[in-house]
Design a protein around this ligand. Structure first.
Ligand SMILES: Cc1cc2nc3c(=O)[nH]c(=O)nc-3n(C[C@H](O)[C@H](O)[C@H](O)COP(=O)(O)OP(=O)(O)OC[C@H]3O[C@@H](n4cnc5c(N)ncnc54)[C@H](O)[C@@H]3O)c2cc1C
Length: 409
């Protein structure tokens, strides 16, 4: 790098992880790099999480924009929106975009995220089959909803339920189909899952569990879904929310080490020391990521290394999740399955619709599932993260911090 000339940082992916890293970098070392960002989406960076409230009609797109075009300009960042990077030449240290534009880098940051997994059944390419990942998907869903009609959402995880709720609120008849016998089976135990199912059905959602999709029906566009058992559900819209796949083809073609995702070390560096990666496209110590909390940690560590402060290491932490369906309160944190030697503390109040389960290993809380009353969720999450010894108030743990901390003091 010549003295007097700024090193060039190229960011591939104008999404949550990439831009969070840029923000952290600007805070640590403003003006250190000449920054260029490429984004496949033809728009500026927005809060992807909030696409669910946009679909449900609770927010407008303008309210979820994170960085305006003016922001990029003010920070001297060149943005190529709607122009995906299609090749990386690591020997020449140049990226090439679809438009033919080439930009050289000294440091490259890959933040390409994931794409919805479209189950490869017959008919999955028909018009009217959509994932739930970006604003285009939301617009496709809203257009279908304007005609009324029926939707089938494949996948009863967080994303599928948020899509189903949004479409229901937009006036469609919605059926959620899920492969296993309980909704949100990654986050909830079966008791909480049953409460959730009943609450969603009261709102008008149809839910079909243990249902495996065999084919999407239709000739030019979707007309329905057929299941393994031969039953069918008519639909004009099918939303695939059955998981995501990290976007790794660019990295793989550039010869970087890729397993399920782009392999990075504790500094978010790939096998090429000039190339970093953050977000859903990375694999760190065998794990991949699908929530923003770990991604914010990655962004902080990666920015510190890009800024030349090499003292931070990324350490995976327990995560907590909520379902963004207004009026339904659930919270899940840490390891809710438990293992050998773990114990459960359970509070169940059917009439009030409250269920709480804490998973303990020895004197420490390792997981929490709350339904109906989630006010203490962050407190339990803090106990999990700190590995706090709860033996002094274990008998009151389910009743929350007020009782525990008062007597512990
Ligand atoms: C509807 C919805 C609701 C969610 N709700 C929550 C929630 O409540 N809580 C939570 O923690 N997480 C939630 N998530 C997950 C969260 O949004 C993701 O974990 C996060 O966005 C991942 O950030 P990322 O930058 O890795 O990927 P993205 O935000 O997807 O950004 C990647 C960007 O890179 C672009 N890109 C890909 N390839 C290229 C290329 N070759 N060239 C240029 N650009 C490229 C993509 O178009 C995309 O814009 C939700 C996700 C969705 C879709």
């Amino acid at each position: 790098m010549d003295s007097g000339v700024k090193p060039r940082l190229v960011v591939v992916g104008n999404g949550m992880a990439g831009m969070r890293t840029v923000e952290e970098l600007l805070a640590l070392a403003p003006g250190m790099y000449d920054i260029t960002v490429f984004g496949a989406e033809p728009r500026t960076n927005y809060n992807r999480i909030m696409l669910s409230p946009v679909l449900a009609g609770e927010k407008d797109f303008d309210e979820i924009v994170l960085h305006t075009r003016e922001w990029y300009a003010e920070h001297g960042i060149t943005l190529h929106a709607g122009d995906p990077v299609v090749g990386i030449d690591r020997r020449r240290r140049v990226v090439r975009a679809q438009s033919g534009c080439e930009v050289a880098y000294d440091r490259l940051l890959l933040a390409t995220g994931s794409s919805p997994f479209i189950i490869p059944v017959p008919g999955s390419q028909l018009a009217g089959v959509v994932g739930f990942r970006d604003l285009d998907d939301v617009e496709t869903m809203l257009q279908a909803a304007r005609q009324g009609g029926r939707a089938v959402v494949i996948g009863g995880g967080l994303l599928g339920l948020e899509a189903a709720n949004g479409l229901l609120r937009r006036g469609m008849e919605v059926t959620v189909v899920h492969l296993t016998d309980s909704l949100l089976n990654q986050q909830l135990d079966s008791s909480a899952s049953l409460l959730l199912k009943a609450a969603l059905e009261r709102r008008g959602l149809r839910i079909q569990l243990s249902a495996q999709t065999a084919a999407i029906l239709g000739t030019d566009k979707v007309e329905g879904v057929r299941f393994q058992d031969g039953s069918e559900a008519p639909a004009e819209l099918v939303v695939m929310a059955a998981g995501v796949r990290p976007n790794v083809s660019l990295a793989r073609e550039a010869g970087l080490h890729v397993e399920r995702a782009i392999v990075v070390d504790d500094t978010l560096q790939t096998y090429d020391p000039r190339v970093y990666a953050v977000g859903e496209c990375v694999q760190h110590r065998k794990n991949t990521f699908g929530l923003v909390a770990p991604i914010w940690d990655q962004a902080r560590v990666c920015a510190a290394h890009l800024a030349g402060f090499g003292h931070r290491r990324y350490v995976q932490q327990a995560t907590a999740t909520k379902l963004k369906v207004t009026g339904i309160d659930l919270y899940s944190a840490g390891d809710i399955v438990g293992g050998e030697g773990s114990e459960d503390l359970v509070l169940r109040d059917r009439r009030s619709g409250i269920y709480k389960r804490l998973v303990l290993a020895g004197n420490r809380v390792t997981g929490a599932v709350l339904y109906g009353d989630v006010a203490d969720g962050p407190w339990y999450f803090d106990l999990i993260q700190r590995g706090a010894d709860v033996s002094g108030y274990r008998d009151r743990l389910l009743f929350g911090p007020a009782l525990c901390e008062a007597q512990a003091a």
